[in-house]
Design a protein around this ligand. Structure first.
Ligand code: 5GP
Ligand code: MN
Ligand code: MN
Length: 329
């Protein structure tokens, strides 16, 4: 990481006593692992840390040390510093930004993130696209700034890396990712503690939802494009909750021959959330940015303010165009 930026970030952290750490809405293991992991580290420096997210933590992340401290509002707004993690725009923090926008606009904000499309929402922004996870970036930061580390922090940060790399399976894994993970294992983190609840052992309702998503999958462009959806009816039928959809878009991507996997989620009236996964040369972040969202080259998302029935054909047309010509079948 740029030493000057690390120094500037430490200049914000050092004088701060009470610090809020923000995770983006609909939090994943990287957002939650990062705010909790960094909270543990800053607590070792004697700081009072409040981890905050607009949405409660999915059950799969309840094993994270410190998760019981997670707040869903900024409360009295009495913070010397806000550290925004795993998203580079305020809108990504959802209701936290909506409810506390005036405070956030004038607060001291440090933003640490790894998204391609991040513009940076702090006075100091460390956006490192080479990091597979914000948690990897935080390990680099911890090492470079000479900050302490304990087992709880290590387990949280390892969870971030494991989430965003699909347990070290994705193309974002580098030697540096594994070195950061090694630092965390040396500090006492155990991979299976994170991997099992996130990727393996799920409620039966979640497996049933996954089966429905596969059953409803449609293909085009000679199998290079696959898409499916989750409606509120499907949640009701399977008994699943919205937090159980996290593995669904990956299943679409993992179908042989697929270059673009798209999952459409119609949880709110008149609103469709798109999750996109792609292989080269299709850039998911570019496509989602055109739809008002963003993300990474291989994984991105957007919210389309139309119901499922309208959003799906429009976006599918866009995806076909992005893939280029292919025998439609
Ligand atoms: P997912 O499909 O898992 O919801 O998101 C994939 C990636 O894209 C994640 O890294 C997530 O943070 C990012 N992402 C999802 N939705 C949005 C969005 O609306 N805006 C931006 N900037 N990024 C998003
Ligand atoms: Mn995230
Ligand atoms: Mn991330």
């Amino acid at each position: 990481l740029n030493p000057e930026l690390v120094q500037n970030a430490m200049a914000l952290i050092e004088p701060a006593q009470r610090i809020a750490l923000l995770a983006h809405e609909h939090p994943d293991g990287d957002a939650l692992g990062s705010i909790l992991g960094f909270s543990h580290i800053l607590s070792l420096l004697g700081k009072e840390c409040v981890p905050v997210c607009a949405d409660p933590a999915p059950r799969a992340f309840h094993f994270l040390p410190g998760i019981e401290k997670l707040q869903t509002t900024l409360g009295d707004e009495q913070f010397d510093l806000v550290i925004a993690l795993d998203a580079g725009e305020f809108y990504r923090y959802g209701a936290i930004y909506e409810r506390h926008s005036a405070f956030l606009e004038r607060a001291r904000v440090l933003n640490l993130d790894h998204h391609l499309t991040s513009s940076g929402c702090g006075q100091v922004n460390i956006i490192d696209v080479a990091s597979a996870a914000t948690a990897e970036l935080l390990v680099l930061f911890q090492q470079q700034a000479g900050l302490p580390l304990n087992t709880d922090a290590a387990q949280c940060l390892l969870t971030g890396i494991i989430t965003d790399t699909g347990s070290f399976q994705y193309s974002n894994v580098t030697a540096r990712t594994l070195e950061a993970a090694a630092v965390l294992l040396n500090a006492g983190a155990v991979p299976e503690v994170s991997v099992k609840p996130i990727f393996r052992t799920h409620p039966l309702a979640q497996k049933r939802l996954e089966a429905e998503v596969i059953a409803k999958a449609q293909v085009a462009c000679g199998g290079r494009l696959v898409w499916s959806y989750i409606s509120k009816d499907m949640l009701e039928q399977t008994g699943a909750t919205t937090e159980m959809d996290s593995g669904c878009v990956g299943m679409l991507r993992d179908i042989e021959g697929v270059q673009v996997g798209a999952l459409f989620k119609g949880y709110e009236e008149g609103e469709t959330r798109l999750s996109l996964r792609t292989y080269e040369p299709v850039n998911a972040a570019d496509i989602c940015m055109r739809l008002g969202g963003g993300g990474h080259a291989r994984a991105a998302g957007a919210t389309i303010y139309k119901p499922l029935e309208e959003a799906i054909p429009e976006v599918v047309a866009l995806l076909k165009e992005a893939i280029g010509e292919g025998d439609d079948e």
